[in-house]
Design a protein around this ligand. Structure first.
Ligand SMILES: Cc1cc2nc3c(=O)[nH]c(=O)nc-3n(C[C@H](O)[C@H](O)[C@H](O)COP(=O)(O)OP(=O)(O)OC[C@H]3O[C@@H](n4cnc5c(N)ncnc54)[C@H](O)[C@@H]3O)c2cc1C
Length: 475
């Protein structure tokens, strides 16, 4: 009951024995000891341990549960949630897109508006209570395989199923076959949350459910690891924070009826994200995480310019200020979203969704820029980064002399520049950039959705009144 320790989380994940494939091999043995996963599992276990160390911040107000399972009813509750998200995110340098509080924010929001799910209300409540009481961690999936974005699913018959669909209904539940993309941390969590994806016309694709990650027939096909064959000196971020991303494969998976919270209802599926506040709470988590991440990037950048003695150059100061502004702008979006939060029909205090969508889109654009700044500052210093083994070899003295910086030893400077490289140029760093650009939708359709809901009426009125011309109605 209540919050897990890091050890309990690790033991749970090992005991699940989830079916994970990587590099053509099915992972066997304890997943926490596998070189691809031990870094991320250790990092997550540190997060869980932190909860007991900082209960005032990281537990709910009754001090029984993880903060992320507390349903906020006031703006004060919401701000407390934001602070806890930032504390957890800062512990992992903002690199964990799917730290446990991300998907649990969705579970919390859906439970807070459980009535929305009609006949499935009780299932939603039960899924939430179990997750909160056992402090579950989730991976989730809400998109279909790419294949072709020209047409919508449905695809072929049972032999040629691509996107996951219900192939049969039985007394016990739904039988699901096919695949879903792209579950970050797939296989490394207690549970899988499946949200509706793609077109909402064919009922067999219209479902939402939550099942254990070791449900028979369920497997996770992971991309190659960025954490293997490295050290915390050589790749300080990859080695600790590579979450993994997996295709989710369902082969006649039985989803018991009591784990289903949505089936066949296109109206409920269509408005789920907005009506329950899921979208706002997921974006609230990510905006707070991005605040923490940007502060880390600012720290790396400032230490780099000091180590190179380039702080007096104006373009350097401008670049550092650009990162600082990104940090402040993200904080501003979060403050505005909290300030304009409103109670929804379920009595949940939901942060302002449009402000948070703007924050997400702003970060889609600014993240590549602020990481680019690190490479522009580092220049050749990001290439000449000897490894831990080099420093333990006979050439160590020459490295120590040649690679020292201004008031910083060569070894410390290389540690710092390796971090900047890992943030920007390693496979891990490139994936971080793609992640920030894509994790909630692509950078093209996001502003389109902002345009469709953002009222331009007041702005138009200013101009039409000034010019005394006839205004058009809002589109
Ligand atoms: C690192 C990473 C981690 C992720 N983790 C998760 C996760 O944990 N869970 C999860 O469910 N998803 C996850 N995602 C998936 C993410 O939600 C999608 O990448 C995002 O929604 C974009 O969808 P897509 O990748 O299918 O791209 P597509 O929709 O296939 O788009 C491909 C290209 O076509 C363009 N395009 C496609 N359709 C249209 C259209 N109708 N109009 C205009 N342009 C169009 C896009 O702009 C883009 O340039 C992750 C993605 C990444 C990169």
């Amino acid at each position: 009951m209540g919050t897990s320790t890091g050890k309990e989380y690790v033991e749970r994940i090992d005991a699940l024995n989830n079916e994970i494939w990587m590099d053509g091999v099915k992972i066997s043995g304890k997943v926490s000891e596998h070189p691809a996963f031990n870094g991320i599992i250790k990092s997550k276990s540190v997060l869980y341990d932190l909860v007991k160390q900082q209960p005032d911040v990281l537990m709910d107000s009754t001090k029984q549960f993880n903060f992320s399972y507390e349903i906020p009813h006031t703006k004060g509750d919401l701000k407390k949630r934001g602070e806890a998200i930032r504390v957890w995110a800062s512990e992992t340098a903002g690199m964990l897109g799917r730290s446990p509080d991300y998907v649990s924010s969705a579970i919390m929001a859906m439970a807070g508006s459980a009535k929305y799910f009609g006949t499935y209300q009780k299932n939603m409540e039960h899924i939430f209570e179990e997750a909160r009481d056992k402090d579950f961690t989730f991976t989730h999936t809400f998109i279909n395989p790419q294949v072709s974005r020209k047409f919508y699913w449905p695809d072929g018959d049972d032999e040629t199923i691509i996107a996951a669909k219900v192939v049969k209904e039985t007394d016990e539940g739904l039988i699901v076959s096919g695949a879903r993309m792209l579950a970050t941390q797939g296989g490394l969590t207690d549970q899988l949350l499946v949200l509706p994806a793609g077109s909402f016309t064919d009922p067999s694709y219209l479902f939402g459910f939550c099942i254990a990650s070791n449900t028979p027939g369920l497997s996770f096909v992971n991309r190659p690891s960025y954490a293997e064959n490295t050290t915390s000196f050589d790749q300080p971020l990859s080695s600790r924070f590579d979450e993994g991303d997996a295709m989710v494969v369902f082969e006649n998976v039985l989803v018991p009826w009591d784990r289903v919270f949505l089936y066949g209802d296109s109206d409920i599926a269509f408005a789920l994200k907005t009506e329950t506040g899921v979208e706002s709470f997921l974006l609230y988590q990510s905006a707070n995480r991005q605040i923490a991440k940007t502060e880390w990037i600012l720290g790396v950048a400032q230490l780099m310019v000091e180590s190179l003695s380039v702080t007096e150059y104006q373009h350097i100061q401008e670049k550092i200020s650009e990162i600082a502004m990104a940090h402040e702008i993200m904080k501003g979006f979060v403050l505005a979203a909290e300030h304009e939060a409103e109670l929804n029909a379920g009595g949940v205090m939901v942060p302002n969704g449009i402000k948070l969508k703007m924050a997400f889109h702003y970060y889609q654009k600014v993240y590549p820029r602020i990481t680019d700044i690190l490479t522009l500052i580092g220049a050749s210093g990001l290439i000449c980064i000897p490894s831990e083994k080099d420093f333990a070899s006979p050439i160590e003295q020459s490295l120590t002399r040649t690679l020292q910086g201004d008031k910083i030893t060569a070894k410390d400077k290389i540690k710092l520049f390796r971090m900047a490289w890992d943030l920007t140029m390693s496979a891990f760093g490139s994936r971080q950039t793609l992640y920030e650009q894509m994790f909630f939708g692509d950078p093209v359709r996001t502003p389109v959705s902002i345009y469709s809901v953002y009222s331009k009426d007041a702005a138009k009125k200013l101009v039409t009144s000034f010019l005394d011309i006839k205004p058009h109605e809002e589109e």
